[in-house]
Design a protein around this ligand. Sequence first.
Ligand SMILES: NC(=O)C1=CN([C@@H]2O[C@H](COP(=O)(O)OP(=O)(O)OC[C@H]3O[C@@H](n4cnc5c(N)ncnc54)[C@H](OP(=O)(O)O)[C@@H]3O)[C@@H](O)[C@H]2O)C=CC1
Ligand SMILES: O=C(O)C1=N[C@H](C(=O)O)C[C@H](O)C1
Length: 247
Amino acid sequence: MGALKLIINGAKGRMGQALIHCAEADPDLIVSAALDHGDDLAAALSGCDAVIDFTHAEVTLGVAEACAKAGKALVIGTTGHSDAVRTRITELSKVIPIVFAPNFSVGVNTLFWLTRKAAEILGPDFDLEVVEMHHRLKKDSPSGTARRLVEILAEVRGLSYDSDVRHGREGMVGERTPTEIGLHAVRGGDVVGDHTVIYANVGERVELTHKASSRDTFAKGALRAAKWAHGRDPGLYDMQDVLGLTD
Ligand SMILES: NC(=O)C1=CN([C@@H]2O[C@H](COP(=O)(O)OP(=O)(O)OC[C@H]3O[C@@H](n4cnc5c(N)ncnc54)[C@H](OP(=O)(O)O)[C@@H]3O)[C@@H](O)[C@H]2O)C=CC1
Ligand SMILES: O=C(O)C1=N[C@H](C(=O)O)C[C@H](O)C1
């Protein structure tokens, strides 16, 4: 089998540049098109095996529709989508394989796994808070990764992301309730991506932290996901599936 031909969408961006650099170092991959604002995705699709999208939340759906029409595997790294867009992406995954993950690093996917295990072991007496920090240019908040961490905590506790998450605190908010999950987004400088899950009880506290210091870790994971997705049955997958990290 020849090298996998990839379209990188969002090629001029921070992640696009990391993806191109990492793909060029991999003899099993060819970047058949590096696309950004204004380029014609539909015209480029016939010459590729898979598409990787790291753009903006409002761009992804059009990319997914085009990939479904052309029958091409899609890897989505973009974050910040509305529930309606997520639902439509899920529908399109009945036509093509889509790997949709808020974070493609092996370390963060290990953190997802550990977060679930720690919540199960520590139980309901521990208060749950998630803190993330990213560079000053990040547009969406909270990060997709932090959202996923809270979703995992909510699943374990039988809570809901929409009604039980508490985004920051300000003013006379009263005492913390046992069912709220705090979520705090910090922005500044050139931080690539830090995430901490805090489990706090009276007398002790557990903190799980991941810190990314290079975007190559996300890029290598997304390239690995593209190889994994090519030729696979249609479906909605995430990086846990790619890594075989399911419980
Ligand atoms: N899943 C993961 O592991 C990771 C996910 N991310 C996510 O990836 C996304 C991109 O991050 P980052 O690279 O830092 O962002 P950037 O803003 O640096 O890059 C996005 C690029 O997409 C371009 N773009 C905008 N519209 C289109 C379009 N219609 N077609 C093609 N390209 C377009 C932008 O152009 P312009 O600037 O002109 O708008 C820009 O060049 C974010 O949602 C981020 O949260 C980031 C890191 C890891
Ligand atoms: O925008 C970023 O930079 C990042 N975004 C992703 C997210 O929103 O979770 C992943 C990573 O933390 C970097």
